[in-house]
Design a protein around this ligand. Structure first.
Ligand code: NCD
Length: 306
């Protein structure tokens, strides 16, 4: 087993499949009245969050607690980070407290890689800048597999602000490892110039959502990340959603079995219409539930739980 999960590229097909299979076993637990396993009793998991998060932070906390680990939640706001303490000094403090795993979300791409040099425990990337978010990709793959029965040969469209999306990059890496065919779709300004270099050589590109929808098994909508935009990438929100928003009439162009995904948080009415987000074809709430099982599997396997 690998020690750290910093990138979806850390996972070969066998390791990724082992995580998904273990997550399925963990999911069986959530139906029980007592949801706890003693697997990580006495182990310490630190959640180190330098950037805002709802789903991911709660999900990692729930996952560690269901495995009986001791959980320490650290958020940069209200800590010595606001006094200018560096990531390295914070890491050495965690190291002194004996963290077995550090789950880190950071605004700087690459922060989890640096952190892994300073702590002895496992490092799990919970989202670094515009770089990667590997556990999101795992929970997305888990959701696709459980809804559609397979990943190999699956046609997945990832739509919208691909340029700023760590979710897109991790999904492209993981899904291509697992045999899916990925097409990234969006306005040219929000697709990396060199997709082969930025994402993967196996990724296809399209600027025409309507053309891609009929041939997709999965349509993953991405949030337009205005907080990461310094320039204007499209004329207006209305224009964006007219060309790239998933509304009811576009949903009708998808094959009947196809599903709609979104990592959250959503801009309802922009990249996704409320009726689509709340439709039975949408797996958005399921993705959140699956996230806990997948993160349990990741922590369990990285820490060699029993
Ligand atoms: C994403 C993130 O933070 O990278 N959300 C998530 O983790 N569920 C996507 C986003 O912020 O748009």
């Amino acid at each position: 087993m690998i020690k750290h999960l910093r990138s979806a590229a850390d996972l070969d097909a066998a390791t990724a499949t082992l995580i998904l299979d273990t997550a399925a076993e963990m999911a069986a637990l959530s139906g029980r009245e007592v949801k706890k396993l003693p697997a990580l009793r006495g182990r310490t998991v630190v959640n180190l969050f330098y950037e805002d998060s709802t789903r991911t932070r709660i999900s990692f906390e729930a996952a560690a607690k269901r495995l009986s680990a001791d959980v320490i939640n650290f958020s940069a706001k209200g800590s010595s980070v606001s006094k200018g303490e560096s990531l390295k000094d914070t890491a050495l403090t965690l190291q002194a407290m004996g963290a077995d795993a550090v789950v880190i979300r950071h605004w700087a791409s690459g922060a989890p890689h640096r952190l892994a040099n300073w702590v002895d425990g496992s490092v799990v990337n919970a989202g670094d800048g515009t770089h990667e978010h590997p556990t999101q990709a795992l929970l997305d793959a888990y959701t696709m597999r459980s809804r559609l029965g397979r990943l190999d040969g699956l046609r997945v469209a990832i739509v919208g602000d691909v340029l700023h999306s760590r979710v897109a990059r991790s999904n492209v890496l993981l899904l291509t490892t697992l045999g899916a065919q990925v097409t990234v779709v969006g306005p040219p300004t929000l697709i990396p110039l060199d997709v082969a270099a930025a994402l993967s050589e196996k990724t296809q590109v399209s600027f025409d959502l309507d053309a891609v929808l009929p041939d997709s098994d999965v349509v993953m909508m991405l949030r337009v990340q205005t907080e990461r935009m310094q320039d204007s990438y499209f004329p207006s929100a209305r224009e964006y959603s007219r060309r790239y928003g998933l509304d009811v009439s576009r949903l009708a162009k998808m094959p009947e079995h196809a599903i709609v995904m979104h990592p959250g948080p959503m801009n309802r009415g922009m990249e996704i219409a409320p009726e689509v987000a709340d439709s039975p074809r949408s797996t958005i709430v399921e993705q959140v539930a699956n996230g806990v099982s997948v993160r349990m599997a990741v922590l369990y396997l990285l820490l060699g739980g029993k």
